[in-house]
Design a protein around this ligand. Sequence first.
Ligand SMILES: [Zn+2]
Length: 344
Amino acid sequence: MPIKTQSSARPNKTAKAFRQKKYLKIPYTYVRMLLSVLLTFVIILGVSLFRLNQYQTSQQASESEYEKLLGEYNILETKANELTAKLDMVEYKNDSAQLTLNRQAAKLNEQDAKYTEEFDEFSKKTEELQQQLETLEKAKQEIIDQLNKIPYLPGITDLTLDEPIPLAVSYSSDPIQMLSYKLDSISNIARSELSSYQSLTETFEEIKPVLNNYPSIWPVKGITTSGFGRRQSPMGGNSSENHTGLDIAVPMYTDVKATGGGTITTAEYSGGYGYLIVIDHGMGLATYYGHNAELLASVGDSVARGQIVAKSGNTGNSTGPHVHYEVRVNGKPVNPVKYVTLSD
Ligand SMILES: [Zn+2]
């Protein structure tokens, strides 16, 4: 026993004390044990509390750090959102600008198409105008040609009119410039045409009375059996003569018409002409209608073109029913064909 061994080691101690000591010794051991346990527990608790505190502190620290970070994050997020909003705004503005640009581009395209269409239309009209002017010029030239065909126009000397200015003298690869040149040219031609038509009108005013009286139609319609000029005498023999008119074969009593307006200066039997009508057309122009069977006008009568002045026949030096038609300029016989062809 350990207690016996201990008592033998200390023999001078009393039993009471020993008992007391022994009695006390047991709880003391328990106390010590309890204290040890408590101490251990306290230590463990302390450490745990310390640890817990430490943990809590660190937890708190990390929490505050987390909160700080969260705050920063929130700030950053706000800033990011702001930036995003700004970017969105920029993008929106950009989109809106793009949209406006697209709209403007579309509008411009539309305008361009419209402009092109109008330009084409304008070009077409310009071409038409040019063609019309050319037609007008051609018509004018025809009138001048007709007027120039009139073999004898006393008092009217000048029938040549202003030459038109040549077309499109300039050239440009720019269609608008080219159109401008064309219009300038057309404008010049139109001015020139206007001026020449005005002078043509003046000429017409001048020659109108002349033309009214001008011998320009056939007195009768028939076969021309003998032309103007030198020919073998129809009266037989080898002699030749200068035929002063046209012989037009027609049946007896065919209407003989005045070939132009004028005054009857002869209406009588006149030698080889037989029954003869002579009309004075003025301007030195006179017409003769010979070999008639009957005269239907008297000297001094005013006659109009187409008016019947006689009935055809076979009087005078004639080998068959026909009209001898003669045109004289200042008393000199000229070829009537030049005159009658005017009305053909
Ligand atoms: Zn004759």
